[in-house]
Design a protein around this ligand. Structure first.
Ligand code: 5AD
Ligand code: SF4
Length: 470
């Protein structure tokens, strides 16, 4: 009779796998923003020398990492339902004599810490976003019992994160994310980021240039610079001088082979003149800008602690368009912020009509524990939020269609990223970040070619190669 408990069976299996020479499998699932996508790649890079290869099959993973998002309640709660499923898999694998380690990373890990272990006992490790360089050490510790690591360490995690192998970068594709800034000091009253990601921190310029060069040498052609407040970037250069985002983009645009540079997410108050100008003077800087305004009502903006009004935003957009008239703008909006009236919501619709966005992301206000918004007593009922969201969707659908329709007949450079939906097709992006499907040879993937836009669908454009390509 087998008298071992599930835990003992798993521990014995773990010991066995230690002595075996087989490499182990890692499954990472990321929720939320692009910074989490970037972090997931860096976690995989740090674990590769430890013997972990990535898999897309959770059932074969020796280590499962859920890289979580805390920005809205739904995103946060999803983690706990997902953990329930991962626990089942852990039990099934244990029955087959295989050990599984479950780690929770990301912003829910940072915010909830020990509470995660209380709610889901199958979890072995809870690790906050500032500690990923310590993953190997934490995994070793977790063998003797659950570990929670959510401190903001004094050392900079980026200094300790391993670089990916060249083949690894190549396998990830033509476009890459690169985090240059983390954290936020703005304290918008709805947002948990200043609490989960901490104070603003910019990486040193030389490290970013090194990482970007490494990516480009491995075949990356487009880099999106990431930060919660990316345009507040103020990293130090080699001489110890502060470098702005515009200065950084100028440096990066000298890397041979780097065709396109993008950045996100920007705060309107940090949109410096040199950055606006860079959109005209630096050809590699793409004419696309994600510039969240959140609301079109000045009272709501003030209650959100955004520190700008709608007029500031409209004037800023005019200054940007004066330098780069064709720039495509996108924005985030929150509907149903506490106290938002019908007239204030209407102000948001009016602002959208006035500015004209190529794309928009909108969210129902979600109360986040510990933020000032959660303490406000005039919360908007769910059904009103849903109804407003639907109206916003309708209006922005119209704008997206208009921006797609305006592209038809234009000839523009498309950077091809992958094979298309159908055989013989390749897929890429315009400078304005619109997806395009084209009939063309696969060897164009990784390069730019001129494409005439011939048609549109809901989410994508269709085109034909405008140059003869052999
Ligand atoms: N509720 C709803 N949306 C939110 N966002 C941030 N916090 C909340 C919240 N509590 C949205 C903002 C931000 C985007 C990343 O998420 O629009 O720009
Ligand atoms: Fe959150 Fe506001 Fe900071 Fe953006 S600027 S991360 S919305 S607090």
């Amino acid at each position: 009779m087998n008298t071992m408990t599930t835990d003992q069976t798993a521990a014995a299996a773990a010991d066995r796998s230690e002595t075996e020479t087989r490499r182990r499998k890692l499954f990472v699932k990321s929720y939320g923003c692009q910074m989490n996508v970037y972090d997931a790649t860096r976690m995989a890079d740090v674990l590769a020398p430890e013997g972990y290869d990535e898999t897309s099959e959770i059932a074969e993973a020796d280590l499962v990492i859920l890289n979580t998002c805390h920005i809205r309640e739904r995103a946060s709660e999803k983690v706990f339902s997902e953990l329930g499923k991962v626990r089942e898999i852990k039990m099934e694998r244990a029955a087959a004599g295989l050990a599984t380690t479950i780690a929770v990373a990301g912003c829910v890990a940072q915010a909830e810490g020990k509470e995660i272990l209380r709610r889901q006992k199958a979890v072995d490790l809870v690790i906050g976003p500032q500690s990923y360089h310590r993953l190997p050490e934490m995994l070793r510790l977790a063998k003797s019992g659950p570990v929670v690591e959510t401190d903001f360490p004094v050392e900079d995690k980026f200094d300790h994160l391993a670089s990916p192998a060249r083949e690894k970068v190549a396998s990830r594709g033509v476009t890459a994310f690169l985090t240059i800034q983390e954290g936020c000091d703005k304290f918008c009253t709805f947002c948990v980021v200043p609490y989960t990601r901490g104070a603003e921190m910019s990486r040193p310029v030389v490290k970013i240039v090194e990482e970007a060069t490494h990516l480009v040498q491995a075949g990356v052609r487009e880099i999106t610079l990431l930060g919660q407040n990316v345009n507040a970037f103020h990293g130090l250069d080699e001489a110890g001088a502060i470098c702005s985002l515009a200065g950084l983009v100028a440096r990066l645009s000298h890397i041979p082979g780097l065709l396109r540079i993008r950045y996100m997410t920007s705060h309107p108050n940090d949109m410096a003149d040199d950055l606006i100008l860079a959109h005209r003077t630096l050809p590699a800087l793409m004419p696309f800008l994600h510039l969240p305004v959140q609301s079109g009502s000045d009272r709501v903006l003030q209650a959100m602690n955004r520190k700008h009004c709608t007029r500031d935003y409209v004037e800023l957009v005019a200054r940007i368009r004066a330098q780069r008239p064709d720039i495509a703008l996108s924005s985030d909006f929150i509907v149903g912020f506490p106290g938002e009236t019908e007239a204030e919501f209407q102000d948001t619709l009016d602002l959208i009509t006035q500015v004209g966005f190529a794309s928009t992301y909108f969210f129902k206000y979600s109360m986040r524990p510990g933020t000032p918004g959660a303490e406000m007593d005039d919360q908007v009922p769910e059904d009103i939020k849903s109804e407003r969201l639907a109206r916003l969707q309708k209006l922005t659908d119209v704008q997206r269609h208009a921006s797609h329709a305006a592209a038809v007949g234009q000839v523009m450079p498309v950077l091809f990223e992958k094979k298309g939906r159908h055989p013989g097709q390749i897929a890429g992006k315009t400078p304005y970040l619109q997806a395009v499907q084209v009939d063309g040879p696969a060897h164009l993937i990784g390069s730019e070619a001129m494409v005439e836009i011939t048609g549109t669908s809901t989410n994508s454009l269709f085109g034909r190669l405008a140059e003869r390509v052999s």
